[in-house]
Every structure is written in structure tokens, then in C-alpha cells.
Write a protein that binds this ligand. Structure first.
Ligand SMILES: C[S@@+](CC[C@H](N)C(=O)[O-])C[C@H]1O[C@@H](n2cnc3c(N)ncnc32)[C@H](O)[C@@H]1O
Ligand code: SF4
Ligand code: SF4
Length: 305
């Protein structure tokens, strides 16, 4: 019952958009830290990272009030850098947004059970050897251990708190089926997105064409082999990922950028989307080659830019 007003507001936001084309952010995303312990080959975050201060817990409380609560954002995703290195800020969000906070993590540090955190998105970018090519030697082993320890330590339902996120690129695409099979016995869900480049000719981008189309078709077929939406991407979203759905050059067109209010480590709004930046001289993601899951899922439900 306590959650009813929040659900009502989301319903109103979607109705407001469908009926009157009114645009108000539904989700939030916050880079709660300006530090990461890894330097993954595909990572957009390092491209625009500057050596700057971070916000205190008190300052984050102001951001929560003035940005997320003021605009009645429904769920906030905590990102970074590596957000588990700021447990103080995670606890604050969990208190201010109980059960409507998720944490995206590389899982290389022990995972803490924090009351009020809905679930962890843990990034896995392939089977062990391929994951380590992207994320660094030994990364897979640490992450796997931390996931299994969390599940063992936190009771019968703890497996429900772990969702896997894989970003598909030209190096790891052949491991998708193995990753699906490997994690099925352990975790609740698995979600996929595709690498989004910041420059043309990025060798990690998995080009549109027959190989990508075949992979997506295989993933759609695999979805039916698993119960309870283990593979969480809707079929319509996967279909979109076969080709350009987002924009032209670096300009979003159909991409519904307004659906997610994204702030950086200083609480400043990022443009054009959660992988962009608050600073004008930043490198820009290439919308026409975009594979991000969080926006394409809205588009697959008819919510456009
Ligand atoms: C920037 S990381 C921050 C959270 C945490 N450090 C982690 O690795 O999960 C958030 C997510 O963005 C993904 N990512 C990084 N660079 C990307 C890119 N160029 N295109 C699409 N996703 C990307 C990562 O794989 C990760 O799942
Ligand atoms: S762990 Fe996350 S933030 Fe750090 S480099 Fe890798 S993808 Fe980027
Ligand atoms: S999610 Fe970002 S990069 Fe992708 S189409 Fe939208 S604005 Fe462009």
C-alpha cells in the first residue's frame, strides 16, 4: 500500500505521454562515484572522466530531493565508476528510495546485502577468458566468487537479488549462449545490450548485418527455453537492436532520452543520455550505432523521443 502513490505516478506519467505527449522522467540514474578499480576496454565512463571531487552524503541527499523526488522519478539506478566503493551513498539512496534502487556493479568487491536495495545488476561480459580480456585478468573469478558468496550468505531468496548484465561487442558475441547457460542455475535474470561506440571505426562495435541479426534471432529463440523471463529483454526490444533505432550521427531522434534523468558524480544532468556528460566539450556517443538497453526498452513499448 505504501508503494501505491509511486505506482500511480508512473501510470500518470505514461498516460500523460500517450495522451498529451507530456514528457517527465520515469527512471533516474546517478554516477555516485568518480572512481573505478577496473579499466575495461569498452567503457564509456573513462572517456569523459575528469579528476574531480565527489559529493558528500549530505550533498547527495539534496540531489535526491531537488532532482529525483521533485520530478517523481520511480526507480533510480546507481552507477559509476564502481558504485559499491561508496556504500554510504548506496545506503542513503536505499533509505530515501526503499526497494526502488538498483546498483550496477562489476562485482569485484564482496557484495553487501543493503536493506532497501531492490537488486544488483552485475556486469558479465563473456565466459571467463573473454570477460577477462575486456575487464582484466582475474576479474571473472572475483566476480563469480562474490556472486556465489552473496547467494550463500544471505538466505534462501538471495539469488533473486542478482541480475546479470552483458554488453555485447565484437569480441564477446560468440559467448552469449554460454553466458546464458552458465548463470541460469544461480541468478534471477539476465539482460543484454550492445556496445555503443563514441567514434566511428571502434573495433568493439558489433556491426549491423547478418552476424548481428543471426545472434539476435538466436537470442529470441533462446528466450523461450527459459521460464520466468530469465532473459529479460522483450522480443520487440531485441528486434530493434538489429539496426539503428536511436538517431542520426550523435543526435538522438527516436531515442526517448527524456525517460531517464541521469546525473553525474557532481549531481549535474548528463546529455544526451546516461552515457553522455554534463560538460559541453565531452566526447559524444554515436546514436546511430547505439545498443543501449535502458532506452531501447522504452522505445519497444512505443515511448519515443
Ligand atoms: C559504466 S559501468 C558502471 C558500473 C560498474 N562499474 C560496472 O561495470 O557494472 C555500467 C555499465 O555500462 C556498460 N558499458 C560500459 N561501456 C559501454 C559502452 N560503450 N556501451 C554500452 N555499455 C557500456 C558496462 O559494461 C556496465 O554494464
Ligand atoms: S568496471 Fe564499470 S565503470 Fe569501471 S571500467 Fe569497467 S565498465 Fe567502466
Ligand atoms: S541512448 Fe544515448 S547514445 Fe543511444 S541513441 Fe539514445 S541518446 Fe543516443
Amino acid at each position: 500500500m505504501q508503494e501505491a502513490p509511486a505506482y500511480f505516478r508512473v501510470g500518470m506519467k505514461i498516460a500523460g505521454y500517450k495522451l498529451f505527449n507530456k514528457r517527465s522522467p520515469i527512471y533516474g540514474s546517478a554516477d555516485i562515484i568518480n572512481v573505478c578499480n577496473l579499466h575495461c576496454t569498452h567503457c564509456y565512463w573513462w572517456l569523459n572522466r575528469k579528476d574531480q571531487e565527489e559529493l558528500s552524503v549530505e550533498q547527495w541527499k539534496q540531489v535526491i530531493e531537488n532532482k529525483f523526488k521533485k520530478r517523481h522519478v520511480f526507480i533510480v539506478t546507481l552507477v559509476g565508476g564502481e558504485p559499491t566503493l561508496r556504500p554510504d551513498v548506496i545506503e542513503l539512496f536505499a533509505k530515501e528510495y526503499p526497494n526502488r534502487v538498483c546498483v550496477v556493479s562489476n562485482g569485484t568487491f564482496p557484495l553487501k546485502k543493503t536493506p532497501g536495495v531492490y537488486f544488483y545488476w552485475i556486469s558479465i561480459d563473456g565466459t571467463q577468458q573473454v570477460h577477462d580480456t575486456i575487464r582484466g585478468k582475474g576479474a571473472h573469478e572475483k566476480t563469480r566468487k562474490n556472486i556465489l558468496d552473496y547467494i550463500e550468505k544471505n538466505g534462501k531468496k538471495a539469488w533473486k537479488d542478482i541480475w546479470i548484465s552483458m554488453t555485447i561487442n565484437s569480441v564477446n558475441y560468440k559467448t552469449v549462449k554460454d553466458v546464458i547457460e552458465e548463470w541460469y542455475p544461480h541468478v534471477n535474470k539476465i539482460g543484454f545490450q550492445f556496445h555503443t561506440p563514441f567514434m566511428k571505426g571502434d573495433p568493439l562495435w558489433f556491426p549491423f548485418g547478418p552476424d548481428r541479426t543471426k545472434l539476435v534471432d538466436d537470442m529470441i529463440a533462446l528466450k523461450n527455453n527459459y521460464e520466468d523471463d530469465y532473459i529479460i529483454n522483450p522480443k520487440k526490444q531485441l528486434e530493434l537492436m538489429k539496426r539503428n533505432w536511436g538517431g542520426r550521427g550523435t543526435i538522438p531522434v527516436d531515442c526517448p532520452t527524456w525517460t531517464i534523468l541521469a546525473v553525474d558524480h557532481l549531481g549535474r544532468e548528463k546529455q544526451p543520455c546516461c552515457i553522455g556528460s554534463a560538460e559541453n566539450d565531452s566526447m559524444k556517443p554515436i546514436c546511430e550505432d547505439c545498443g543501449l538497453g535502458c532506452y531501447s526498452v522504452f522505445l519497444s513499448h512505443g515511448i519515443k523521443g
